[in-house]
Design a protein around this ligand. Structure first.
Ligand code: HEC
Ligand code: HEC
Length: 238
């Protein structure tokens, strides 16, 4: 867990040493970020990921039928082949359901998604969430040039900018935490990840309202270069 696969290297030939990292809580100056981290650290220890219930088979089948219109972009099994379109396979059902709702209520805006969600009911959205969670994600590789910088940010944050470690919430292996609503980010297309980090930074993605705008605060403290490095690392995480 927590090992990125690199572009151009096969799993068997690659020996990747996870470096020890130190999260110096006291070096994160802005209070807001520090308090988020405290919440994250608490939830990481108090809640065991994986205790979420398996998706209800009926909901999965209903979601499969409703996912036909989504398949053109997100893939029949939730694995998208276009790096601008996110993969949905293996994502926590609640997160997916809430994001579909966010396109409907305007907390997220995207021309391709806007027309897709208009007629979906709450039940449709829940079924789609269940269907995608039950699909198996295709894992990807990280661009080697920026993997070290990406790993430092993912595991140690950017202390001088007050940015906490992504691993604190998204987990050492990028699987998030369904109980705390932290999404899976491992294996996601880096192109999409950068685009959505920029949306948070610009304030046009507002789906983190429930979490005190934590992703908007984090992304707006990052440079584009840092976003690219950490996104590449997340793409290769497994
Ligand atoms: C024409 C292409 C297209 C179709 C069809 C489409 N999507 Fe999307 N979808 C996108 C794009 C592009 C994004 C990223 C938009 C953004 O940056 O906010 C996206 C994002 C999403 C996200 C957010 C993922 C995340 O990680 O936060 C979800 C959930 C989603 N789509 C579900 C659906 C569902 C359910 C359907 C079918 C009802 C569907 N999409 C149909 C293109 C499409
Ligand atoms: C304190 C917890 C926390 C920390 C730390 C954190 N995240 Fe997040 N992240 C979240 C939550 C919660 C969401 C979902 C918010 C929403 O619904 O829009 C999220 C969503 C995201 C998404 C959108 C995923 C998608 O599929 O669209 C990206 C990308 C992301 N985070 C990247 C990062 C990066 C990079 C870092 C480190 C620099 C980081 N996060 C640190 C909690 C956190």
């Amino acid at each position: 867990m927590g090992k990125p696969a690199l572009e151009g290297a096969s799993d068997t030939s690659l020996v990747y040493n996870l470096r020890a990292y130190v999260n110096d809580l006291t070096s994160w100056k802005p209070m807001r970020i520090r308090s988020y981290f405290a919440v994250a650290a608490l939830s990481a220890f108090a809640v065991t990921p994986g205790v979420a219930q398996a998706p209800d088979p009926e909901a999965v089948e209903a979601g499969r039928a409703k996912s036909i219109t989504c398949a053109a972009c997100h893939g029949a099994d939730g694995n998208s082949i276009n790096p601008e379109w996110p993969s949905l396979a293996g994502q926590h059902a609640d997160y997916t359901t809430k994001q579909i709702a966010a396109y409907k209520n305007g907390d997220r805006n995207n021309v391709l998604m806007a027309g897709m969600v208009l007629t979906l009911t709450d039940e449709d959205m829940a079924n789609l969430g269940a269907f995608y969670e039950a699909q198996t994600p295709i894992l990807r590789t990280a661009p080697p040039e920026t993997v070290d910088q990406g790993e430092r940010i993912y595991r140690g944050g950017i202390p001088e900018a007050g940015v906490p470690a992504c691993a604190a919430c998204h987990g050492p292996g990028g699987k998030g935490n369904p109980m705390a609503d932290y999404p899976v980010i491992r294996g996601q297309h880096a192109t999409y990840l950068v685009a959505t980090l920029k949306e948070y930074a610009a304030g046009t993605r507002m789906s983190d309202k429930r979490q005190s705008q934590m992703m908007r605060n984090i992304a707006s403290a990052m440079t584009e270069e840092q976003m690219r490095a950490v996104a590449g690392y997340m793409q290769g995480l497994r």
